[in-house]
Design a protein around this ligand. Structure first.
Ligand code: NAI
Ligand code: MG
Length: 352
């Protein structure tokens, strides 16, 4: 018998990143057996330990090492007590850009058994996905200083919004909305940003007719943030620039139970390069080494990886298992429970 085989680069990273990734791998191995596919893992010892041994966080040829894989599973990086964040996070930014992972997909799904910060909202009221443009916009690292360090200093930070870049993320979001609840909301700010967001508005008008089955609208990002708090049930797919998507996903993630639960992708939809799957959270130095991190965000990110690889049934199996585990009241400390990282994963494995 032939069984499908996927090559996965595993970059657990620093702090709780390595711990939660280990738990995600337990789930992946369990569903691989049941769905008759095989995972070939390349476990990468990159991050702060690598830096201590060699003086660099990742080897010089890290992109070539990652390139032949079908996907990258990332925990988290960052150990600010020893190395500034821009040094540890720089390789991540390189990966996203070099592998053209322009679609950052962040679902916010309030599950039964998860406390919500909003009063009167319960499971089912929040089931949305934010698509964040991940390759350009406000985070392109273009700018400079004038008269630096003097009382006349000037900082210039340039944003880049290209027709190609905006159009492709809009189409990606429309395609997803088509498969979900046929509703798309675009974050704009064309009332104050008269060039960049007018381009976004124009492209939405131009592309919407290609998707007559999807109801699309735009909202200024400030109002959108407010509406997410008062009417989260009205949203399905939200598409936003890099900066706005960054803001929207922290809020949406918190509405759905917080960082311990929030998964994310960095997707290259054309599949010319491996995509990368990671929890939204960081390395959490404050709880690192204590064995209490919530592994759910990492496990759900692994499920999104399986979906990307075409193993949709296995992905759904993991998601349902997480949902029934939480619904049964099993919780880690961030959700008010007492279970350790490993104990919670044990429960999830039992619910498969
Ligand atoms: P963080 O996400 O690591 O932690 C924020 C707070 O949430 C902490 O109190 C932490 O204990 C809690 N938390 C996070 N994940 C949790 C989980 N799975 N279970 C239970 N509690 C959880 O953000 P912070 O503290 O701002 O950054 C720490 C380091 O992580 C920094 O070096 C930062 O640069 C890095 N970072 C890395 C990211 C990545 O690898 N993509 C993303 C965000 C931050
Ligand atoms: Mg952020």
């Amino acid at each position: 018998t032939t069984s499908k085989l996927y090559r996965i680069a595993v970059y657990g990273g620093d702090g709780i990143g390595a711990d939660v990734t280990r738990e995600a791998l337990r789930l992946l191995n369990a569903v691989a057996q049941r769905h008759a596919f095989q995972l070939v893992l390349t476990e990468l010892d990159w991050g702060i330990d690598h830096y201590r041994r060699t003086g660099v966080v990742v080897p010089e040829n890290f992109l070539e090492i990652l390139r032949p894989h079908d996907a990258i599973l990332l925990g988290a990086v960052g150990w600010p007590a020893e190395l500034p964040d821009h040094a540890t996070l720089a390789p991540l930014v390189r990966i996203r850009q070099a592998f053209d992972q322009y679609a950052c997909v962040r679902p916010a799904w309030l599950l039964p058994g998860v406390p919500c910060v909003l009063t009167g909202k319960s499971a089912g009221d929040i089931d949305l996905v934010v698509i964040r443009e991940n390759s350009e916009g406000e985070y392109v690292d273009q700018g400079g200083w004038l008269h630096r360090g003097t009382d006349r200093e000037v900082a210039i930070q340039t944003a880049v919004h290209s027709r190609r870049g905006v159009a492709r993320i809009l189409r990606y979001a429309f395609e997803l909305a088509r498969k979900r609840k046929q509703k798309l909301t675009m974050a704009t700010k064309s009332n104050a940003q008269r060039y960049a967001y007018v381009l976004w508005d124009n492209l939405l008008d131009e592309i919407a007719p290609e998707y007559p089955d999807v109801a699309s609208e735009r909202q200024h990002c400030d109002a959108l943030l407010m509406n997410l708090v008062r009417w989260p049930e009205r949203f399905d797919v939200i598409v936003a620039s890099n900066l706005f998507g960054d803001l929207l996903t922290d809020l949406a993630g918190q509405l759905a139970g917080g960082l311990g639960l929030a998964p994310s992708t960095n997707t290259n939809p054309e599949r010319n390069f491996p995509s990368m799957f990671e929890p939204v959270h960081g390395s959490a130095p404050d709880i690192a080494g204590k064995g209490i991190a919530n592994p759910t965000a990492a496990i759900l990110s692994a499920a999104m990886m399986l979906e990307h690889l075409g193993e949709v049934a296995a992905a759904r199996m993991i998601e349902q298992s997480i949902a029934s585990t939480l619904a049964a009241g099993h919780r880690t400390r961030d959700l008010g429970g007492t279970l350790s990282t490993i104990e919670f994963t044990d429960r999830v494995l039992e619910h498969l």
